[in-house]
Design a protein around this ligand. Structure first.
Ligand SMILES: *Cc1c(COP(=O)(O)O)cnc(C)c1O
Length: 381
């Protein structure tokens, strides 16, 4: 049983309540950690823990045993540092922006060195400071996004003085197609990574994101780096998993009306009632991260009944066709389910023509947030 421990604002005043279940988050971490053991399991908490609130998420994961945290920006590491004990590593995936070496060191963050330029800058900073600085080295194995391409890796290895100034705590690479287990890029990247790693013997290694964890053990190496799976999204459609949903979203009804057949609803008169209809206007719109692409396509749920979106998604509201619900079931102030047992992030993403990552990270800032305590936390393994 999980209990709300704190609320960020008055639920009643907000257009919707976003519930974050920290018990489910913890269970997902433990499931992933068991799946990769004896490898260790990190947590990717970039983008405010995929929109769920890194300040609430990261300490729960620490208490579940996580000691390696990845963010994208140095600013995210700076914000999280005081919330985590000193033995938690905070690694910055985007690496070093020019002129940020001192700030990164002062924050106690570990940069992911993605290019020769970043590696040289960090090594030279360490040489000037007279200390060996921790660093993650990312190798590009075929994604061409971030990471040292093979020629830059060669160039770095040819500079023993700079190399000696770096305490390489981790060598990592990232998979481009981990959500497609049969994609030949997975094996190709694996071969490429293995070849490059021969030149960094003894270094701790990380390769798998959420999808990579579900590929096979050969991708687990020493440290897995799940993000989206922690937050309850199955990274590999069709793969079996033991992940629990972490978020639910309930939107409030602002107004109800009954309209005769032939009446238009919303912007562009994009919906015209084919039958006498009841329309509920709810207080969530595209400004809250609910995709405008769901106009005429998406739905909300009440008592398991699908309530289609009638017409376009507005900035601050959505009109639902609630004719199929018993009259009187909804009133002003009632809530409808946008995310929950009847509608998953995957479903919403599919209907909006995007991926669950985008729905999750786009969830807005106007929601009341109800944080369910990880009350079954117990002692870490
Ligand atoms: C975002 C990210 C992850 C986490 O990916 P998921 O698919 O959410 O598990 C891991 N590694 C890197 C380099 C990333 O950018």
């Amino acid at each position: 049983m999980t209990l709300p421990v704190w609320q960020t604002e008055l639920d009643d005043a907000a257009g919707a309540v976003l519930t974050v279940d920290l018990g489910a988050l913890r269970a997902n971490y433990l499931w992933l950690a068991a799946a990769v053991a004896p490898a260790a399991c990190a947590a990717v908490v970039k983008a405010d823990a995929y929109g769920l609130g890194a300040a609430a998420v990261a300490p729960v994961l620490y208490r579940a045993g996580c000691r390696d945290f990845f963010v994208a920006h140095l600013s995210e590491a700076v914000a999280l540092r005081p919330l985590l004990p000193a033995d938690a590593a905070l690694m910055v995936l985007n690496g070093l922006q020019p002129g940020t070496d001192a700030a990164c060191a002062a924050a106690g963050a570990v940069p992911v060195l993605n290019s020769l330029e970043q590696a040289e800058s960090w090594a030279d900073f360490g040489l000037r400071e007279g200390r060996r600085l921790p660093a993650v080295v990312q190798l590009d194995t075929g994604m061409s996004r971030l990471g040292l391409p093979p020629d830059e890796f060669d160039a770095l290895l040819a500079q023993p003085k700079r190399l000696a100034a770096l305490d390489v705590v981790l060598a990592m690479s990232h998979l481009a197609c981990s959500d497609e287990p049969g994609h030949p890029a997975n094996a190709a990247q694996h071969r490429c990574f293995s070849r490059l790693l021969e030149r960094l013997p003894g270094t701790r290694v990380s390769f798998a994101n959420s999808g990579g964890i579900l590929l096979d053990r050969s991708f687990h190496h020493d440290l897995a780096r799940p993000g989206v799976a922690l937050y309850g999204v199955n990274p590999t459609p069709d793969a079996a998993h033991g992940l629990r949903p972490v978020v639910r979203l309930d939107a409030r009804v602002i107004q109800l009306r009954t309209i005769p057949a032939g009446t238009a609803v919303g912007y562009g008169a994009a919906f015209v009632a084919a039958r006498p209809s009841r329309i509920a206007t709810i207080a969530v719109g595209y400004a809250d991260g609910w995709p405008r692409h769901l106009g005429g396509a998406g739905a909300a749920y009440v008592d398991g009944v699908r309530l289609p979106i009638a017409g376009r998604v507005s900035m601050d509201s959505i009109t639902l066709d609630v004719t199929d619900l018993p009259e009187g079931r909804l009133r002003r102030g009632s809530t409808v389910e946008l995310l929950g047992p009847h509608q998953s992030l995957d479903q919403v993403a599919a209907e909006a023509g995007t991926i669950p990552y985008e729905i999750l990270t786009g969830l807005g800032h106007r929601y009341a947030r109800r944080i369910l305590d990880a009350s079954n936390e117990g002692t870490p393994p």
